[in-house]
Design a protein around this ligand. Structure first.
Ligand code: ADA
Length: 550
């Protein structure tokens, strides 16, 4: 399943989940897609290359479009031996089109590489694991010469009524301009028009929708936006999107959802589950959201990369507020000066926003977690990425989680200032005193009069390790530290949100010396372990988040 709802009635779609042939290290296997190759005993620690192949039978000749929701982390795709796509980054989707495919049997070959090196500026040895494989769903479609590439929905309030702008982005594979009729239907409002499509074209509708209800974390009302293309009266393509009417604004030190101030209380969540690796199954995504909701959370941060769209679909349905961010964690200036870094970041932002634009649950875009925001060279890149986001989406605020305490020179750039703070774990200091120092410095250093979020707070505990001394690494101490931090941050009116680091323990790479501070080669700061077994802190968080009246 590629999304939680059907996206086509006219366009023919076949999902290619299931068993693919796999070849690596001179041996043949059969692996499930989506999955990580690490789940196979021969590949538990494999960092290398592997080739997936699948033969498909095309019944109706025509144009074929392949959509990959995520391949970790670099991939070349071949169709009948011809290279049709190259993509970098495990966490964003990509697609490829093959024209005029005759009916019959055809071979899809996917060469995957999860090695580290200069070719990979974002997937590096890190405090999370870079897995290998076709780790998210794949779909194959029959498409007409003129087809819908995307539909972007922008809701806004005008004179107290919900309005929306709908942009239908259309592509034309043929060499001639083609006249198409475009019809979009949303909440019983029909919008239609004719447009001539050269290579590309965008049909734009703007309407008032006076019967719809707002989307909010309390009432996540969703609507289907159905767009159909017709040529000479015959329906030739379509695309269904699921949307919500809501606005997000930043005013002074607050974030507003539909004009009401919100307080974000949530978790940092890696896409990592004990037996799934980063190919988290739908049922485990649902379990994570059920557990976060049981702990009275209303928000989740997709640390540190764009997430699987099925997870975002679940957040839309459940009213879970999302901070989604581009792929980057803890990159020093020398890492950011990798010749591939800027392009790989900007490609990630482009694909994240273009594909995730319509999710009402996403209320903030983040970039560059704990990268070199204390340097002029780093500032140039931060500024360029914030500007890129604003060029694609003016409806959501931006932020970046910093740990460059007292040295950050980028706080004037985002709409929201966020900082990661581990008082009580890495720094044994009075939490309220340290918090005051931080915020007073932020307000003098470019962050004045902006919303402030504590984007990370927490401590490690080994699941099952209980100790009367409540020493560090015990479950008791983790619960104590989280409680003390939340008591300070959730009672500070200058702070408009907190994200606990982290929901669940996750695997980390042994390379890069992480083994030295990461027992079990896991980041053990989860309130749950990697099997989602709750630690003592679970009930602490449930109590503390539950006390906070939204
Ligand atoms: C940083 C980083 C997280 C994680 C955390 C930790 O704040 O953003 O990814 O590494 O520290 O566990 O120390």
């Amino acid at each position: 399943m590629i999304r939680l709802f059907d996206r086509h009635c006219v366009r023919e779609v076949r999902e290619l989940d299931g068993m693919w042939s796999f070849r690596a290290c001179g041996k043949e296997y059969s692996l499930p897609v989506p999955s990580c190759w690490e789940q196979h005993p021969d590949f538990v620690n494999y960092r290398g290359k592997g080739t997936y192949t699948k033969n498909v039978y095309i019944t109706r000749s025509g144009n074929v479009r392949l959509e990959f929701k995520g391949v970790s982390h670099t991939v070349d795709v071949y169709f009948d031996g011809e290279k049709i796509a190259h993509h970098y980054n495990a966490f964003t989707p990509f697609s490829a089109v093959v024209r005029d495919v005759p009916n019959g049997e055809h071979e899809i070959k996917v060469e995957v590489d999860n090695t580290f090196g200069e070719h990979s500026a974002l997937h590096i040895p890190n405090d999370y694991y870079t897995y290998g494989g076709i780790t998210r769903p794949v779909a194959m479609e029959n498409i007409a010469d003129v087809y819908i590439k995307s539909v972007h929905f922008t809701p806004y309030m005008k004179s107290g009524k919900w309005n929306a702008k709908i942009e239908v982005n259309i592509a034309n594979l043929s060499d001639n301009s083609i006249n198409v009729s475009v019809k979009s239907t949303l909440a019983d409002v029909e919008m239609s028009g004719e447009i001539s499509v050269g290579e590309n074209a965008t049909a734009v509708f703007e309407r008032e929708f006076d019967t719809v209800k707002a989307w909010s974390n309390a009432e996540p009302n969703l609507y289907m936006l159905n767009t159909v293309l017709s040529v000479n009266g015959a329906e030739t393509d379509d695309l269904l999107e699921r949307v919500g009417f809501r606005t997000v604004e930043v005013r002074d030190t607050k974030i507003y959802l539909n004009g009401e101030p919100i307080y974000l209380k949530g978790f940092n969540r890696h896409e990592d589950y004990a037996v799934d690796g980063c190919a988290v199954s739908l049922q485990h995504m649902v379990q994570d959201l059920d557990l976060m909701r049981d702990m009275n959370a209303n928000a989740v941060r997709t640390c540190h990369y764009p997430n699987d769209e099925r997870f975002l679909d679940l957040c839309d349905e459940r009213g879970m507020l999302v901070w989604e961010e581009n792929h980057a964690r803890g990159l020093l200036l020398e890492d950011m000066q990798n010749p591939n870094f800027e392009r790989q970041c900007e490609d990630c932002i482009e694909e994240m926003i273009d594909n995730h634009y319509n999710h009402p649950s996403i209320v903030i875009w983040g970039i560059l977690n704990e990268c070199a925001s204390e340097t002029e060279a780093g500032r140039r890149m931060y500024k360029k990425q914030y500007e890129q986001i604003k060029s694609m989406d003016l409806t959501r605020p931006t932020t970046s989680a910093t740990c460059r305490h007292f040295t950050d020179i980028c706080l004037d750039l985002p709409d929201v200032v966020s900082f990661n703070m581990y008082s009580g774990w890495y720094q044994d200091c009075p939490i309220d005193e340290r918090n005051n120092q931080e915020i007073e410095w932020i307000q003098k250093s470019g962050g004045d009069n902006k919303p402030i979020i504590v984007s990370e707070l927490g401590a490690a505990a080994i699941y099952g390790y209980r100790d009367r001394t409540r020493c560090k690494w015990s479950e008791e101490r983790q619960a104590d530290i989280i409680r003390k931090n939340l008591e300070v941050y959730m009672n500070d009116s200058r702070i408009t949100g907190v994200f606990i680091w982290q929901l669940a323990d996750c695997r980390v790479t042994e390379e890069g010396e992480w083994f030295a501070t990461r027992a079990r080669c896991h980041n053990n700061k989860g309130v749950l372990d990697e099997y989602r077994r709750p630690k003592t802190a679970y009930d602490t968080v449930k109590e503390m988040f539950g006390k906070y009246e939204e």
